[in-house]
Design a protein around this ligand. Structure first.
Ligand SMILES: Cc1cc2nc3c(=O)[nH]c(=O)nc-3n(C[C@H](O)[C@H](O)[C@H](O)COP(=O)(O)OP(=O)(O)OC[C@H]3O[C@@H](n4cnc5c(N)ncnc54)[C@H](O)[C@@H]3O)c2cc1C
Length: 433
C-alpha cells in the first residue's frame, strides 16, 4: 500500500474569493481615472463614494487647468519669505491658521524642508514628468472615449506684474523645457496676440510665459463623463456609501475586506486589490492602520462668473502670478480659482476672500461677464509638502495609494491612475507609505 495515499489532505486556509479585482475608494477625479485604467487592464472594478455621484468634493469646481507648466511646487526657495509676509494679511493668497493639531505642524515642518533649492528642483522635475505623461494620456482618453467637458486646447499663459518674479519664472521655465514642458518666455506683444482680453490692462504686465500644449476644461464634467464611460464598461458604483473600516491584517500584510455603510445597510466587500483615492480624507482614514500620510487639506476658493455672451472674457487659460489665481473659460462661464488656507477640514466660505477674488477678476477683465451672478465654492486640496502624490503600495501588499495630488489633481490624474494600475497589474510597486 502506498503510505502517502493514507495521509489526510493538508489543510490550506483558502482565501475567500474576492468580489472584485479592484475596489477603488473615492470617486473624485483621481478615483475615476484609477477605475478607468483598471477596466482597461480587464479588471472587474467597484468604486465607493459617500456622495450621490462622482466628483462632488474637491473635483467639483476647481481652476480647470491641465497645467504641466504649473509644476513648480508651493514649497520652493522663495516660499518661506513670502509665507512670512502673507501670514499676517487676511487677503493674502496663503493663509495659515494654527491649530492644536500635530499633523498640521508636522506638515508645515516638512513643507519648510521641501523649500530647500535641491529638493524643490527635484520635485519640479518629478511633477513635470508625471504631469506631461498625464496630459498625453488625458488626450488619449478623450479621443478614444469621445466625450467632452468644455475643453480648450489653447495653452496656458502665466503673466507677471513684477519684474523679479518674471525673471525667476524664466529660470523655472528653462528647467521645465529641459524635462519636457515647452514653457516659453514671451513679451507683451505676444501676450496680446494670445489673449486679446488683456487689451485694457497690458501696461500692468511686464511679461509672461506661454505653454501652448497645456489645456483647460471643466474637471467635474470630465470626472462624471469618465465615470459614465466606466459604468458602460461594467464598473459597479456604490454611491452614498461610506468606507468605514478596513479589515487589515498587519501580520499577514494584507487587507481582507472593506466595511461599507451603504444606504441599504452595512456591507463587507472583498477586493483583490484596494486603491485609496479619498483626497484629503486619505490620511485620517489610513492612520489607524499604521499608514501615515503627510497630506493636509489646503482650502481653496473658486468663483464662477456667467459670461452671458461677452466678447471680453479671456479665451486662453491664465495664471496670475501675483495673486496666485487661475482663469479658465468653460464655455459660457469664467472660472477664477486660487488661494490656500491651511486651517483644517472646514469648507466654510469666507466672504472677504470670495470678494477679493471677484474684485481681482473684475479689475482685470471688467466686461468679462455678469459679476452680480457669480457663484462661490471652496474645496480641500489634498496637499503633500512637495506636491508629489503618493502613487504606490503600502505596507499591506494589496492596499495601494493614489492620493495627495494637491494643486494639480486633474493635471496628474490620468497619469497617476495609469501608473498605479501598471503597478497593480504587474504585481509590484514601491512601498510609498
Ligand atoms: C480652488 C482649487 C483650484 C484647483 N485648480 C486646479 C487646476 O486648475 N488644475 C488641477 O489639476 N487641479 C486643481 N485643483 C486640485 C484638484 O482639484 C484636486 O487635486 C483634485 O480634485 C483631487 O481629487 P481627488 O479625487 O484626490 O479628491 P476628491 O475630488 O475630493 O475625491 C475624493 C472622494 O473621496 C470621497 N470620500 C472621502 N472619504 C470617504 C469615505 N470615508 N467613504 C467614501 N467616500 C469618501 C469623497 O466624497 C470624494 O468624492 C484645484 C483645487 C482647488 C481646491
Amino acid at each position: 500500500m502506498n503510505a502517502l495515499a493514507t495521509l489526510p489532505e493538508p489543510i490550506v486556509a483558502a482565501e475567500p474569493a474576492a468580489d472584485f479585482d479592484v475596489v477603488v475608494l473615492g470617486a473624485g477625479v483621481i478615483g475615476i481615472n484609477t477605475a478607468y485604467w483598471a477596466l482597461r487592464h480587464g479588471k472587474s472594478v467597484c468604486v465607493i463614494d459617500r456622495q450621490p455621484a462622482a466628483g462632488l468634493e474637491t473635483s467639483f469646481a476647481n481652476g480647470g487647468q491641465i497645467s504641466v507648466s504649473h509644476a513648480e511646487p508651493w514649497a520652493n526657495p522663495s516660499a518661506p519669505l513670502k509665507v512670512l509676509k502673507w501670514l499676517f494679511n487676511g487677503n493674502s493668497p496663503l493663509l495659515f491658521r494654527p491649530k492644536l493639531d500635530v499633523h498640521q505642524w508636522l506638515w508645515l515642518a516638512r513643507f519648510l524642508v521641501d523649500c530647500l533649492p535641491h529638493r524643490a528642483q527635484r520635485h519640479t522635475i518629478e511633477i513635470v514628468r508625471l504631469a506631461a505623461e498625464s496630459r498625453k494620456l488625458l488626450q488619449d482618453i478623450r479621443n478614444r472615449e469621445g466625450f467632452h467637458y468644455d475643453e480648450r486646447t489653447r495653452g496656458i499663459l502665466h503673466f507677471y506684474r513684477d519684474k523679479h518674479e518674471y525673471e525667476a519664472a524664466a529660470h523655472v521655465a528653462e528647467l521645465m523645457r529641459k524635462y519636457g514642458c515647452n514653457r516659453q518666455v514671451i513679451g507683451r506683444e505676444r501676450v496680446l496676440e494670445i489673449e486679446p482680453a488683456f487689451a485694457e490692462r497690458i501696461d500692468d504686465i511686464v511679461g509672461a510665459t506661454y505653454t501652448a500644449e497645456d489645456e483647460s476644461g471643466d474637471a467635474l464634467l470630465y470626472t462624471q463623463g469618465l465615470a459614465s464611460v466606466c459604468e458602460r464598461q461594467g464598473a459597479t458604483f456604490l454611491y452614498g456609501s461610506d468606507a468605514v473600516a478596513l479589515e487589515a491584517d498587519r501580520a499577514a500584510g494584507a487587507v481582507h475586506s472593506i466595511e461599507v455603510r451603504t444606504p441599504q445597510g452595512y456591507r463587507t466587500l472583498r477586493g483583490r486589490d484596494v486603491v485609496v483615492c479619498l483626497g484629503s480624507y486619505s490620511a485620517p482614514f489610513l492612520r489607524r492602520y499604521g499608514v501615515s500620510l503627510a497630506i493636509y487639506p489646503a482650502k481653496g476658493y473658486s468663483v464662477t462668473i456667467p459670461t452671458e455672451g461677452s466678447n471680453h472674457a479671456p479665451v486662453t487659460s491664465l495664471t496670475d502670478d501675483e495673486y496666485k489665481l487661475v482663469y479658465s473659460n468653460l464655455g459660457g462661464r469664467l472660472r477664477v480659482a486660487g488661494t490656500a488656507e491651511l486651517s483644517g477640514y472646514g469648507r466654510d466660505l469666507n466672504h472677504r476672500r470670495c470678494h477679493a477674488i471677484l474684485e481681482n477678476a473684475r479689475n482685470l477683465f471688467p466686461r468679462a461677464g455678469n459679476f452680480a451672478k457669480a457663484m462661490f465654492w471652496t474645496g480641500l486640496r489634498p496637499t503633500t509638502p512637495s506636491n508629489i502624490p503618493y502613487v504606490g503600495r503600502t505596507r499591506y501588499r494589496n492596499l495601494w495609494l493614489n492620493t495627495g495630488h494637491g494643486t494639480l489633481g486633474w493635471t496628474m490624474g490620468a497619469g497617476s491612475g495609469h501608473r498605479v494600475m501598471e503597478m497593480i497589474a504587474g504585481g509590484a510597486g514601491p512601498v510609498v507609505a
